[in-house]
Design a protein around this ligand. Structure first.
Ligand code: ATP
Ligand code: MG
Length: 259
């Protein structure tokens, strides 16, 4: 595994009603190519703030990010747009942001067109191939996204995210809204895609059991800081920080029943 993402001393404070909230406090982490880093922490610990900074949706106050050997925060304009294809995101209900009448095909057509992955004639075949790759039937293409089940919708979101052939997916609570069976299947799909394409994941969740199921390493966030980081089994079986111990205690079966 080679270094893909390296985050160094990232800090970000929000000011809300005259008070400064340190959402990120000198956060550092690395992700290797093809690796899953789980990021877990209580509500408000700063996980989504980190994902927004990584995706260049939010500017940090200080710190640096290296991604695919580039100074990620220095990229601008056309070069940023081009490189952005390589880091994609999947949120809890990413398709909620779309026009409810948008079809599955149009949701998948956008990234192919915007990033010039395929020309107009090639795109329907690419869309069918993407659907198949995430375990959906190509006949779903004309369906409005809002008519899909939660699990199908999340598969479309994953298809959209991998359409631009990224090396890293940032998944922020991507399976949190799904019931247990559907969640398991989506996790299996992610593992399969990782194996096939060498994808790396930053897998964010407040649920340590879910993070444990998919991660090679786990980082624990508490009040804007990474307070613990290590191989997934170590963090779950022998947590060293109070924050990690609290998360383990919240899942009583976790230690005796590894997923
Ligand atoms: N736009 C904002 N303005 C002010 N404060 C914010 C803003 N967004 C987040 N915060 C604060 O920053 C801190 C970190 O929030 P963040 O959303 O990153 O946490 P999180 O770990 O993703 O939580 P959750 O598990 O609930 O999704 C919280 O204290 C939150 O209230
Ligand atoms: Mg969040």
């Amino acid at each position: 595994m080679t270094g893909l993402l390296s985050v160094n001393a990232l800090s970000k404070a929000y000011s809300s009603s005259g008070r400064q909230v340190a959402a990120l406090d000198t956060v550092s982490l690395t992700i290797a190519a093809g690796e899953t880093l789980g990021l877990v922490g209580a509500s408000g610990s700063g996980k989504s703030t980190l994902s927004r900074v990584l995706l260049r949706l939010l500017k940090p106050d200080s710190g640096s990010i290296s991604f695919e050997g580039q100074d990620w925060l220095a990229l601008r304009g056309a070069e940023l747009r081009r490189r952005r294809a390589r880091m994609q995101m999947v949120f809890q209900d990413p398709l909620a942001a779309f026009n409810p009448l948008a079809s599955v095909a149009s949701v998948l057509d956008d990234p192919l067109r915007i990033h010039a992955i395929a020309d107009r004639k090639q795109r329907p075949a690419d869309i069918a191939a993407l659907l198949e790759r995430v375990g959906l039937h190509a006949t779903l293409a004309p369906r409005p996204v809002r008519t899909l089940s939660g699990g199908q919708r999340q598969r479309v979101a994953i298809a959209r995210a991998i359409a631009t052939r990224p090396s890293l997916l940032v998944l922020d609570e991507a399976v949190s809204a799904l019931d247990v069976t559907v969640r398991g299947r989506i996790l299996e799909l992610l593992v399969e895609l990782q194996r096939e394409h060498g994808l790396a994941y930053l897998f964010i969740s407040h649920d340590l059991a879910v993070v444990r199921a998919i991660s090679h390493r786990i980082a624990v966030m508490d009040a804007g800081r990474i307070v613990e980081e290590g191989p997934a089994a170590d963090v779950v079986n022998a947590p060293r920080s109070d924050a990690a111990r609290r998360l383990v205690a919240a899942v009583p079966r976790l230690v005796t029943e590894p997923v």
